[in-house]
Design a protein around this ligand. Structure first.
Ligand SMILES: C[S@@+](CC[C@H](N)C(=O)[O-])C[C@H]1O[C@@H](n2cnc3c(N)ncnc32)[C@H](O)[C@@H]1O
Length: 289
């Protein structure tokens, strides 16, 4: 597959190297943004703790359904989140629900580095997973009897707009941080995502920032506190239906929002606070701060 790996300006989208996290795990660092992919406990553990476990992916795949579960993997990066989901699906039985992974990124540079012979074991790309990762990188897709994995290479906004509405069940939202990837943490980005999520869909992301939660709420999602995970900072879960959240944000969070020094993303409407306060999840009295 011909990969441009560049921005519309012609500049490279990523410039990757392997470094060690605080815990000693190897991780990919992008020299252009200075950002580390899975910066704390490393890619394999973090993919499990922040995405695969909170999304209840195993239970959702074991609940039989006639159509595949559709997982949006935003961005693909070194493929750590996607390959954990892929491995989980491959361990299940033929009668369990099939999994379709759609991975989004504008560069394959991080995946290619993770697939290199000297790094692939540390990034989970051995045996069948290595075959799958290499096929995705080379051909843009890989299929088994249980798992279909497809690459959507290019700018996320363009690629999301090409998906049918109400077609996704689970979203791993893992761009760079709001400081370096601001456009992907806006009301516009989450509105584009909301359009493609069907009832029952859940979104999982590492950021617990107030402005990120506001952006998700303003885009139409119900929003909650993510799973508590060891030394990782507070993260966020969002859902089309509030009933699918373990810990919806409540009135105490709303009070914190009113006091926050950075409450909203740049594209929030001027009446953002009024709109958020009027949302059902803050009128039910359920949830926690
Ligand atoms: C933190 S990394 C993803 C790590 C990845 N989830 C993993 O498991 O290794 C963020 C990724 O988002 C991609 N990205 C940033 N902005 C993007 C955009 N506008 N469209 C598509 N991909 C984007 C970057 O190229 C980068 O690979």
């Amino acid at each position: 597959m011909n990969t441009a790996n560049t921005l519309s300006t012609g500049a490279p989208a990523l410039d990757c190297e392997i470094v060690r996290t605080r815990s000693g795990a190897p991780a990919v660092r992008d020299r252009l943004t200075g950002e580390l992919m899975h910066p704390v406990v490393g890619p394999l553990v973090e993919a499990e703790q922040l995405y695969v476990t909170p999304s209840r992916l195993e239970a959702r795949l074991r609940a039989h359904a006639p159509t595949p579960l559709v997982l949006l993997d935003v961005g693909l990066g070194a493929g750590s989140n996607a390959i954990r989901a892929w491995q989980l699906s491959e361990r299940l039985s033929a009668s369990d629900r099939l999994l379709e992974i759609l991975s989004f990124d504008r560069s394959l540079a991080a995946l290619e580095l993770a697939l290199a012979p000297e790094h692939c074991a540390a990034f989970g790309f051995v045996d069948a997973a290595g075959v799958a990762g290499r096929a995705l990188s080379t051909h843009g897709r890989h299929s088994t009897a249980r798992t279909e994995w497809r690459l959507h290479e290019g700018d996320l906004f363009t690629k999301l707009a090409q998906l049918p509405e109400s077609s996704a069940d689970v979203v791993f939202w893992d761009p760079f941080s709001p400081r370096k990837n601001a456009e992907l943490w806006t009301v516009a980005a989450f509105s584009a995502l909301f359009r493609v999520c069907r009832p029952g869909a859940t979104v999982h992301t590492y950021s617990g920032a107030t402005s990120v939660r506001s952006a998700l709420l303003l885009a139409g999602f119900a929003v909650g506190v993510g799973h508590e995970v060891g030394e990782l900072k507070e993260n966020t879960g969002a859902a089309v239906n509030v009933e699918d959240l373990a810990q919806p944000l409540d009135l105490r969070w709303l009070a914190r929002l009113e006091r926050s020094s950075c409450p909203f993303p740049a594209d929030a409407p001027s009446d953002a606070l009024t709109r958020i306060a009027a949302l059902t999840q803050f009128r039910s009295g359920a949830g926690r701060a």
